[in-house]
Every structure is written in structure tokens, then in C-alpha cells.
Design a protein around this ligand. Structure first.
Ligand SMILES: C[S@@+](CC[C@H](N)C(=O)[O-])C[C@H]1O[C@@H](n2cnc3c(N)ncnc32)[C@H](O)[C@@H]1O
Length: 207
């Protein structure tokens, strides 16, 4: 078994996989359907809503904070959502090792931690390398949805996109204070920031 998958299985939590499970994250759903992944899903407000709305799709949420995963998972159980799985894990490990190329329809990354201090910038998720990896994992025509409230991080991630190469994407869309996908609902942080009156920036990249 893949070492990274073994680690996830051993993580105490709601989504224990069978110990003999040989595959990747795309094999764990009973129904083969288009896959959407949210990175840094928090308490999974967005995914719970979307999984309920779209039973003909599979959803995975990844967050490294166990408390959030547990809350999201309890809510998913209450709603009987068989098409949503939540994993406590480091997102780069899952995307790096457990997802085949050209297998993901949509990646959602909403309000990734901006790591304000300069000396912490290296912890930022959205680097040129990670953009290349995300594009590799997307199916042709697949989407990467991003939002941030931090203008400086927006500029930095746009320059990471340039560094990663323009040829990764067939189309780019950018909006301010208007969510692109599912404009009818918001994530937890989005709601909080809207109440505070912050400017919010959205990007949609299509492979
Ligand atoms: C600012 S919160 C946003 C949560 C949610 N997307 C929202 O909009 O309400 C960022 C979340 O990403 C998670 N996170 C940040 N970096 C991560 C990583 N490398 N792997 C897994 N989770 C990560 C944090 O634990 C946190 O829950």
C-alpha cells in the first residue's frame, strides 16, 4: 500500500479506509462520478451544501485540523451524504501522492492561509509548483476556483501563476466581491469577511 495512504488510514477519524485498500482517493467512492476536491475545507460548509445539491458528483474535503473535519463529518452523517468524504491530512501530500493525473473535475481553494509575516511566506500553499501539480491532476476542461481577502497574497499567487506557465490554463476569470462558482452561497470565512466589509478576490482557472 502507498505509504501516504497508510498514514491516512491510521489517522483516527471518520474516514478510515479498509486496511487492504490498494488504490487512490479516486477509488474510494462506491459510485464512479466526477470528483471535486476542496483544499482547506474547514468545517465543510461549502462542500456540505454542494454535495447535497449535486448527488451525481463525488466530493473530498481536506483539512489538517481534526476538530473541523469532525464537525463537517458529523453534519455529513446527519444529512446522509454518501458522496462526501473528509480527510484530516496535509493537502500537498494527498494531491502529491494519492490523486491520479487528469482525475479531478474541480479544485476549490477558498481563503487559503495568507501567512502574513514575510518569514512565513514559504508556508503558503499557492506556489508555482503547486499550480503545476493542480493542473496536472485536473481533467481537460477542469476548474480551479480560488478566493482570498488578502490583496498582497492575490498579487503573489498571480505571479506564481505566471511563473508556473500560461500554457497550463485555457481560460482565466477574475472578479471582485462576486463569487464565481455557486454565487448563491458562501464559505464560513467568506460570510465572516462579508460582514466585516472586506474586499474579496476570486479567480477561476480552466485547464
Ligand atoms: C482560512 S481557513 C478557510 C476555511 C474554508 N475554506 C472557508 O473558506 O471557510 C483555511 C483552512 O485551510 C486549512 N489548511 C491550510 N493549509 C492547509 C494544508 N496545507 N493542508 C490542509 N489544510 C490546510 C486550515 O486548517 C483552515 O481550516
Amino acid at each position: 500500500m502507498h505509504r501516504e495512504l497508510q498514514k491516512i488510514i491510521e489517522t483516527p477519524g471518520p474516514n478510515r479506509l479498509d486496511r487492504t485498500f490498494p488504490g487512490t482517493l479516486t477509488d474510494i467512492f462506491p459510485r464512479k462520478q466526477p470528483l471535486e476536491i476542496e483544499i482547506g475545507s474547514g468545517k465543510a460548509k461549502f462542500l456540505l451544501h454542494r454535495a447535497e445539491l449535486l448527488p451525481e458528483r463525488n466530493f473530498v474535503g481536506i483539512d489538517y485540523i481534526w476538530k473541523y473535519i469532525k464537525i463537517g463529518w458529523q453534519r455529513a452523517q446527519k444529512r446522509g451524504l454518501g458522496n462526501l468524504l473528509l480527510f484530516k491530512a496535509e493537502a500537498t501530500e494527498i494531491v502529491g501522492h494519492l490523486i491520479p493525473d487528469e482525475s479531478v473535475s474541480v479544485f476549490h481553494i477558498y481563503f487559503p492561509d495568507p501567512w502574513h509575516k514575510r518569514k512565513h511566506h514559504k508556508r503558503r500553499l499557492l506556489t508555482a509548483e503547486f499550480f503545476k501539480l493542480l493542473s496536472q491532476r485536473l481533467i481537460p476542461g477542469g476548474l480551479l476556483e480560488i478566493s482570498t481577502d488578502n490583496f498582497e497574497y492575490l498579487i503573489a499567487l498571480k505571479s506564481a501563476l505566471v511563473e508556473a506557465g500560461d500554457d497550463l490554463w485555457s481560460r482565466k476569470l477574475e472578479t471582485k466581491n462576486r463569487r464565481i462558482m455557486n454565487p448563491e452561497f458562501a464559505t464560513n470565512f467568506e460570510m465572516k469577511y462579508q460582514v466585516e466589509g472586506r474586499d474579496l478576490y476570486y479567480l477561476e482557472l480552466q485547464k
